[in-house]
Design a binder for this molecule. Sequence first.
Ligand code: FES
Ligand code: FES
Length: 177
Amino acid sequence: MTTIVYEDHDDQSADEIPVRRIKFTVNGEKKIAEVEPRLLLAHLIRRGLGLTGTHMGCDTTNCGACTVLVDGRPVKSCTMLAVQVDGREISTVEGLASASELHPLQEGFKEEHGLQCGFCTPGMMMAAKALLEENPHPTEEDVRWALSGNLCRCTGYQNIVKSVLWAAAKLRSESGS
Ligand code: FES
Ligand code: FES
């Protein structure tokens, strides 16, 4: 059970605060949480689950730093309510690597120098993961389109695009396609 501790900003008694119980999977682990209906998915992930690799940049659906996958599709978790993931599967950046190996996307960002401060990187990788699962042979234009909802203040994007193309080639060579 995931327990969320809320800030108490008003005079409501604890019994007056509505709470919903939800079940979901995160990075392959089954979870149950009790959440206020207004809780954002990003806060469930960061505060409730302690998965702080999901970053919060703008809190207004602009930057994409909070991107995670819900049932394989990229979503900005600051724009979704936690109750909306009831019965669904969440993937965060913490689930990319295995115990012993980096994911090809993580390798690609290292090989092609796809990050500087790294703040945007988890969101970039999750958006890219969704792309590569749908399209193993992306063009540069496909990558730029898939990442168009994710902002980077440091890199100028060129090396991020190269990183994703590097990962796509690595995944193809691993699968023999
Ligand atoms: Fe969610 Fe910026 S924090 S889009
Ligand atoms: Fe700094 Fe992208 S690497 S914001």
